[in-house]
Design a binder for this molecule. Structure first.
Ligand SMILES: CC(C)(COP(=O)(O)OP(=O)(O)OC[C@H]1O[C@@H](n2cnc3c(N)ncnc32)[C@H](O)[C@@H]1OP(=O)(O)O)[C@@H](O)C(=O)NCCC(=O)NCCS
Length: 203
């Protein structure tokens, strides 16, 4: 049997909302309310679907804004793939597409938080170049720590995707201070056998 053709598209409006909420709420620990979804969904979000079914099989929800009037920052707020569709590259495709869309808008850095022990998410984002910039203690309502991950986007990456790219022309980015160079924090390598009690300092 031929593999099903997965399609990717942008959020199309309120009709998508209940389905996206259902997929995200079934997987993420934070109890997001409908207003949170609306706030983010109207900024940038994408939907992976299977033509045989109207429910999403994957969703990514992002926003992009000027951070402290200095850097053009992207934020990945939610990412979820249906359990039956995992390990087929759907999340990587959603994240890559979002990064490309943000680059077209001149993003300089993209950040997100994920639970410190969400190894699937950490592995996914690190394979795409994100680094662990900070550990946020008891960040989530369930008391878990988070890692803040960051992807620093080089000016040439953004310029490559802009309409008026030119290697020697002055760019918008050069007119205001750019983000600092990010340093990865030192982390204990994880393994399936790891005893979490040794790893979490606040629990
Ligand atoms: C994390 C999640 C989005 C990954 O979705 P996915 O479509 O299965 O991911 P992909 O197939 O694109 O995997 C890409 C890479 O991620 C990593 N990865 C994905 N699932 C993994 C797992 N269970 N264990 C370890 N690494 C994993 C691997 O590096 C993988 O690359 P590989 O296939 O070459 O090994 C999915 O497991 C999910 O929805 N989890 C619940 C919600 C969640 O944790 N969201 C992230 C919150 S920030």
């Amino acid at each position: 049997m031929a593999a099903p053709q997965i399609y990717y598209r942008q959020y199309s409006g309120e009709a998508d909302l209940p389905r996206i909420m259902a997929l995200v709420q079934s997987e993420l620990s934070e109890p997001y309310v409908i207003y949170t979804f609306r706030y983010f969904l109207h900024q940038w979000s994408a939907y992976a679907g299977d033509p045989a079914n109207s429910d999403p099989i994957g969703v990514i929800v992002c926003k992009q804004s000027l951070h402290r009037n200095r850097s053009n920052r992207g934020y990945i707020a939610m990412l979820s793939v249906d359990k039956n569709w995992r390990k087929r590259g759907i999340a990587s495709t959603l994240v890559r597409n979002s990064i490309d869309a943000m680059k077209e808008d001149g993003v300089e850095e993209i950040i997100l938080e994920t639970e410190f022990d969400n190894y699937a998410a950490l592995s996914l984002y690190e394979s795409l170049g994100f680094i662990r910039e900070k550990r946020l203690y008891r960040f989530y309502l369930n008391g878990k720590d988070a890692f803040r991950l960051v992807l620093a986007v080089s000016p040439s990456d953004s310029e490559d995707n802009s309409d008026n790219s030119s290697s020697d022309s002055p760019t918008r980015s050069s007119s205001y201070p750019r983000h600092p160079t990010y340093r990865a924090i030192k982390v204990i390598p994880y393994s399936d056998e790891e005893d979490d009690d040794d790893y979490v300092s606040t629990r």
